[in-house]
Design a protein around this ligand. Sequence first.
Ligand code: ADP
Ligand code: ZN
Ligand code: MG
Length: 468
Amino acid sequence: MEEADAKYEAVIGLEIHVQLRTVSKMFCRCDNDSDKARPNTNVCPVCMGYPGTLPVTNEQAIDWGIKTALALGCAVNPLQRFDRKNYFYPDLPKGYQISQFFYPVGEKGNVDVDYLASDRKTRKEFSVGITRLHLEEDAGKLIHTQDGTLVDLNRCGTPLIEIVTEPDIKSPEEAKAFMQELQRMVRSLGVSMADMEKGHLRVDANVSVRPIGQDVLGAKVEVKNMNSFKFMEMALKFEVERQTAMLEKGEVIEQETRGWDEKTNSTVSQRTKEGSVDYRYFPEPDLPPIYIDQDKIDGTKNQLAALPAELRSRGEASGLPYARVVELQDLGKMSEFVQLTTDYNDIDPVLLANWITKDFASTKDLREFVIIVKLEGLSNAAAQKLYALMQTKKLPPQDLVGQIQMADKDELTGLVKQVLAENADAVAKFKAGNTQVLAYLTGQVMKKSGGRAEPALAQQILQSLLTD
Ligand code: ADP
Ligand code: ZN
Ligand code: MG
């Protein structure tokens, strides 16, 4: 469909689960790294839901819930209370999930997302409202085989953050950009590994399409089973196109749940909603409510390190092009970059960006290297040599730069001598008082060096040899 004559627009809202990387599970002392254990061995009476056992809330999970809610711009609820969400499923032996229904950790947040458009140059931006963020425990895993379905309860009780967004997302491209930003955020907060392929970060997308100009939203279709950014974008594109084609044919879209099928590259109907399920939520009687001091909330907020978006804008402010900023961030180098450009205003940002991805013995070595390369006007070739020498000699750049310059000067002097020998006419002209030939001779030296020579140094050597 061409943008210019688009008659329909997509509306997307996301429901996301983030697996927290706490040491132990949400309400028991089981190891919170179930993937390593054999199926059904990383469990205890609490997470298996045996009668008579009592859960105990993981304080780290509460703290990380608050931290994440603040990072997403949410208002944090001073009352942390859990509720039972009752339903029966084979991966949930307790018959209920402990979640937060009435008092989520945070509400009414907002995330501003800037991202690199598919042309890899343009910076685009949009905002997404966060409806709510709450803590809950995960259920086990069902493994479907040819002979039947197996259950692994290791994951029962794993701490999760659920994030629900407003239907503010307008394209599959934006949905992907939002998820990638969320991944960067929870990783930089240190609360989750957020690896989508491993299920640390899971997303269900609600998609609807409506005629442009219509106020009410269309019926939404929930899309599940998207376990990579790529598949999510493909699934959403497919779904938007499917719904648009239906509306164009005058068909009615029914609310339903569909799953992404990697084999057919399409979404497949899983179930149509017959009204919503009644989870009979009620306050969890086995857990006391926790009251969080406003001081603690404010303190957590004040201690938040710069978020990825802030690092990007500081990187841009230092003079680095947006595409380079994004590239450095994806390589995990943005906070070091910002730190260095903030602490040392004599550092050249583009030069720093070129070298920050290389191995240096210390940040100090990197910093001095970049400053010296700029200060001494080293050519790229000379900088490469200096770097190689640092690697072999295991010495800081200031101890080695003299050697490089000397070698450079010797090499250049050799080239200058050759040029003078080959251009007797020009030399004679210079000696007769025509100083303009100096530019020509410099050009010849540059040409001979394959453009690598430092013009100022070349000219200096030329002048001193000519006036000898
Ligand atoms: P439900 O009651 O089915 O759970 P909610 O209103 O709680 O639906 O919304 C769940 C998610 O679906 C939210 O992320 C919300 O932004 C999104 N959403 C709701 N309505 C629509 C719609 N018409 N189109 C796209 N997304 C929607
Ligand atoms: Zn347990
Ligand atoms: Mg809902």
